[in-house]
Write a protein that binds this ligand. Structure first.
Ligand code: XMP
Length: 317
């Protein structure tokens, strides 16, 4: 029978044999897969693993700082790269969801490439690819192939000529979590909801600006922290907020307001392929809605998405 202990022992030995004294570069995303892959390789080769964590300006509120900190605590050799302005520039004026994904993917590769070049004599590129990703990329067509294309660092320029190492390639998500637990990775990283590579950019309908990101970060933070506070976070598979370009009339004191509508989305799912909207308690939704409207300037109405997938998707873009 498969156990995480045996898997780790065998994989660490394999990695040491395969990599020897070479240097390896890995892009951390804050998610479960890249974090577990990093810790596993770190166990095998220590400081010869060079991790890069890019701030694309599209992460959740305070996420970059918090996650970078926990990576450092885990002993990883990690460099945080603030590339917010490069991403915002590339996204300026773009409203089409696929064009957003392409722009983000392109800038990510540029940034990663720049950083990898600064590591002298790096030979390997490590990725947190898991078994379902392998299966997905075998079906060449279909939306899922496009979906994951952007953060597939396998699209790095040829001249980098890095050999690829993917230690989680045979594992399912629950096995990855078990390995992470055995490696003593923090629960805040292991229990994390999935978060799309293009981040908040695809939850801002219409063009992305730093101002809109700041509004959405506040809304999202109120929603997510209330989910955590009430213990509902672990009951939903994924949750987040969407900033719509719709404006609606409201009243604030004696004033008439004309501000944006945000939508909250929370779903239950096994694998993201199908999903149902979470039956969050009315009282919870009422509290979150009040807090958002009272605290976040620029938002005067909150709606809850009650669509299941299919035919709706989890993300709005
Ligand atoms: P949909 O919206 O297709 O999402 O129901 C299914 C899952 O995939 C995530 N998602 C993405 N992840 N890059 C990613 O890395 C993307 O472009 C992307 N689009 C959707 C989504 O958050 C959900 O978990």
């Amino acid at each position: 029978d498969w156990t995480s202990e045996q898997f780790i022992e065998a994989t660490v030995a394999d990695l040491q044999q395969q990599i020897g004294n070479d240097k390896v570069v890995l892009g951390l995303s804050g998610g479960v897969d890249s974090s577990v892959a990093a810790m596993l390789i770190h166990q095998a080769i220590g400081k010869n693993l060079y991790c890069i964590f890019v701030d694309n300006g599209l992460l959740r509120k305070d996420e970059f700082e918090t996650v970078l900190d926990s990576y450092k605590h885990m002993g990883l050799n990690v460099k945080g790269v603030d590339s917010k302005s490069r991403f915002y520039e590339a996204l300026a004026g773009i409203s089409d969801p696929e064009l957003k994904r392409k722009a983000i993917g392109r800038v990510f590769i540029e940034v990663f490439d720049d950083e990898a070049h600064q590591i002298e004599d790096v030979k390997w590129l490590a990725q947190g690819t898991i078994y379902p990703d392998v299966i997905e990329s075998m079906s060449v067509k279909g939306p899922s192939a496009t979906i994951k294309s952007h953060h597939n660092v396998g699209g790095l320029p040829d001249y980098m000529k890095l050999k690829v190492v993917e230690p989680l390639k045979t594992l399912f998500k629950d096995e990855v979590r078990l390995v992470g637990k055995t490696l003593k990775i923090d629960d805040t990283i292991l229990g994390r909801h999935p978060f799309p590579g293009p981040g908040l950019a695809i939850r801002i309908l219409s063009d992305v600006t730093p101002q809109k990101v700041a509004i959405l970060q506040q809304v999202d933070h109120i929603f997510i922290s209330n989910l955590k506070k009430t213990g509902l976070y672990d009951e939903v598979w994924q949750a987040g907020a969407i900033l719509t370009p719709v404006q609606s009339v409201g009243v604030m004191g004696d004033e008439r307001t004309y501000e944006n509508v945000v939508a909250l989305r929370a779903v239950t799912s096994i694998d993201g392929m199908t999903a149902d909207w979470s039956r969050l308690p009315y009282e919870f939704l009422a509290d979150v809605s009040n807090e958002i409207i009272n605290k976040v300037k620029g938002v005067n109405r909150v709606v809850y998405d009650i669509s299941s997938k299919p035919p709706a998707t989890i993300e709005w873009e």
